[in-house]
Design a protein around this ligand. Sequence first.
Ligand SMILES: C[S@@+](CC[C@H](N)C(=O)[O-])C[C@H]1O[C@@H](n2cnc3c(N)ncnc32)[C@H](O)[C@@H]1O
Length: 316
Amino acid sequence: MADSRMNDPGLGTPTAPIPNLGASKASIQAHYDREPLFYERFLGPSLAYSAAIWNEPANRDTLEAAQLRKLDWHIDMSGADSGRRVLEVGLGWGSLIKRLMVRRPGLEYVGLTPADNQVQYVRSFAPENFVTEISAWQDYQTNRPFDAIVSIGAMEHFAGKTMDRNGRIEAYRLFFEFCARMLRVGGRASIQVNGWANIAPGSEARHIAESGIDRFWNEGNLPHASEMLLASEPWFNLIHLEGKQRDYIYTLRAWIRNLRRHETDLVALVGSEMFNDYLHNLTVCLEAYVAGALTLYRLVIERKGPVAGLGSVPKG
Ligand SMILES: C[S@@+](CC[C@H](N)C(=O)[O-])C[C@H]1O[C@@H](n2cnc3c(N)ncnc32)[C@H](O)[C@@H]1O
């Protein structure tokens, strides 16, 4: 009989600490440890700092409705709609927690972020069964497996700025190995990340994107779809992969509109330098998307193992 652990390296407790090959804790904190009110004004009440799922025509949709649709999509695709234990990597300002508090109030949830004030903010409204930890995934350990993992808009930070394709694959491999260690067999991870579209190296669109990435995800890097597939295949089967450029274009447009609408308040709150910095960074990122260099990936993968509950192969 085949051993289900064959071609399944990395199970069990890691024997050595997992290195951080991506953005430093200091750069994550510098980016996210800011006044929540600033984010609330431009991200909207959901405080979701990631692309939404828009219905066409987008001008008849709203950012809030589209963010809710996105959260529900990840809840359903990961199995968090029915699983008992759910892990979120990169909890942000708690947008997923708020939705899960409505849909799955009794859930055992654990959420991770290295940014202290995101955790302080989320603890002010999350009940006790929603556990939030100031921790990078690289430092998190548990011996109780999860049924589902959701990670939205965090993987941009998991590979270092100067890494080439092989370096990124190695960085993502460490992340997927971590996910495999956390999940029961058959458990799913639903991941959303900004990534490279398939464009030629050296093209004008690529230059625009490179300067955008530098400003927007400083110290970070973005994946190609093939890199995520290669890095995850030792432990996972593919359930779903999509590239939805328009979802981030519409989201960025809504954020830029919000920034402009609240300019006076926001400048009073954080100063004109930070305000202009955000406006510029979002605009460059939008240009890179419109030029076709970047796209928004949603990846759903399932922890490999024997398929339970379907009985044996019929004989005769
Ligand atoms: C762009 S925000 C997205 C937050 C949230 N998922 C959302 O959609 O609004 C990225 C999040 O990833 C977190 N993050 C970055 N690197 C991380 C790491 N190594 N481990 C865990 N979280 C990380 C950041 O602190 C932040 O909370």
